[in-house]
Design a protein around this ligand. Structure first.
Ligand code: SAM
Ligand code: SF4
Length: 425
């Protein structure tokens, strides 16, 4: 989502006559987009700002994104060379802020999160020529005890279905064949216009746009992941064979402490819908280990869940205390070494699962969307509909980027597959 925010901000800059340079040294304006989801994000940002300062005098510096929102005006005190501090909820006003900077204002802020606006712009400067992001919903109305997002990205607000559909059609006309819908919780998408589409309806309609061959979405909150979403996916193979359904913990007790609004059984019911669906969907998730109060027994339940679900991949994190969040007040902190131990166990278990699952694919034929080329290996990089990286050999050494190609899987590893091009029969 941050990458796409940057694409939209850069598009606004281009629209206002700016052009892009390769290094901070060459730039007149340096904007730093930031994330504060984990770790000591603030400290890293201040260190980096200090380094930017060395890039030379007479430059205008700005901090964007979640650290900007979280630290606010304090940034001007700690880094007086910064002239703009702007959180993502204020991006719709970014063009006006540029005008203020150009007029010489050296204390420009966009820090209100009290908004019902979304950042819709036709000027997005896209980094990938074949796959495009579309934000459908911004902010978050949940209050997961560990999470800083509601404080940094503001309340949930959906774009109108008309605006989303227009963007999808425009992208298809420009030659993009793969769309990724974005939101902190795409499942709670609700069209604010009278049409009133829910997420399942939006998915089904986007999949019908001519020229679009693949549609992905992220992220899904299990509470709002309803059966019609699976039905819509089953109906149209343009909707990719992959669901990222974040679980965070396998223990109902910990899920309650996290305020996740579902139990382990609720979650497993959704996994069952997907496992009993018409197509085989790859499943991925996010796990947090060492949330305050997580016992060895709770942790064991997370490990059991991994065995039960057999995820195709996952992101795992050590719990990281974040400003403003309710978990900050919780006692029973898990020691850092213990968090590290649990993280290593999760990762080792998952690695074994992935080695096994990927090996089962050897011999399969898969369609890949070609995303890049490893020149040194003489291989193309492809992505399957179920979101696996499949590197493959092909007689052509150029001209395949953005194409869809059939590949037979010949080898597998924990994180990717290898194969060879097979001409259509
Ligand atoms: N909205 C998504 C959801 O509800 O699943 C998650 C968005 S968050 C940007 C991405 C992931 O970061 C979360 O799923 C969680 O695993 C992780 N995360 C968020 N806050 C965290 C924290 N304080 N410590 C560790 N991991 C965290
Ligand atoms: Fe954070 Fe929870 Fe919202 Fe996801 S649903 S962004 S984890 S508060």
């Amino acid at each position: 989502m941050n990458v796409h925010d940057t694409e939209k901000v850069v598009g606004t800059l281009f629209q206002q006559g700016y052009s892009q340079v390769e290094t901070p040294e060459e730039a007149g304006l340096v904007l730093y987009n930031t994330c504060s989801i984990r770790d000591k994000a603030e400290q890293k940002v201040f260190n980096r700002l200090q380094n930017f300062k060395k890039a030379g005098k007479d430059k205008v510096f700005g901090v964007l994104g979640c650290v900007a929102q979280q630290e606010g005006e304090k940034i001007f005190d700690r880094a007086p060379h910064v002239s703009l501090v702007c959180g993502s909820a204020s991006y719709p006003k970014f063009g006006d802020m540029l005008v203020q900077l150009e007029a010489g204002n050296r204390h420009v802020t966009g820090l209100s999160i009290d908004t019902d606006e979304t950042f819709d712009t036709p000027f997005t400067r896209r980094d990938n020529p074949h796959r495009a992001y579309i934000t459908i919903i911004e902010g978050c109305d949940k209050s997961c005890a560990y999470c800083v997002v509601p404080f940094t990205r503001g309340p949930e607000r959906s774009r109108t279905s008309e605006s989303v559909m227009q963007e999808a059609r425009r992208l298809a006309a420009e030659g993009y064949s793969e769309i990724q819908l974005l939101g902190q919780n795409v499942n709670s998408y609700r069209d604010p216009s009278p049409a009133g589409w829910d997420f399942a309806t939006l998915l089904a309609r986007i999949a019908e746009v001519e020229g679009i061959r693949r549609v992905r979405y992220t992220t899904s909150h299990p509470r709002d992941f309803v059966k019609p979403i699976v039905d819509a996916m089953d109906e149209n193979p343009v909707l990719c064979d992959h669901v990222h359904l974040t679980v965070q913990s396998g223990s109902t007790r910990v899920l309650a402490a996290m305020d996740r609004l579902y139990t382990r059984d609720d979650y497993m019911r959704r996994i069952d819908w997907l496992k009993n669906a018409k197509r085989r969907y790859s499943l991925t998730t996010d796990i947090i280990v060492g949330f305050p109060g997580e016992t060895e027994a709770d942790f064991q339940q997370t490990l059991d869940l991994l065995d039960e679900v057999q995820y195709d991949s996952l992101f795992s994190f050590k719990y990281s205390p974040r400003p403003n969040t309710s978990a900050l007040q919780m006692e029973d902190r898990v020691a850092e070494e213990e968090k590290q131990r649990r993280l290593a166990i999760v990762q080792e278990k998952q690695r074994a699962i992935q080695i096994r699952r990927n090996a089962e694919m050897i011999g399969d034929q898969k369609e890949v969307h070609v995303e890049g080329r490893h020149h040194s290996l003489n291989q193309w990089i492809g992505r399957t509909t179920d979101n696996r990286t499949l590197n493959f050999s092909h007689p052509e050494a150029d001209g395949l980027l953005g194409k869809y190609v059939n590949v037979r899987v010949t080898r597998s590893g924990p994180n990717s597959l290898v194969g060879e091009f097979t001409p259509a029969a």
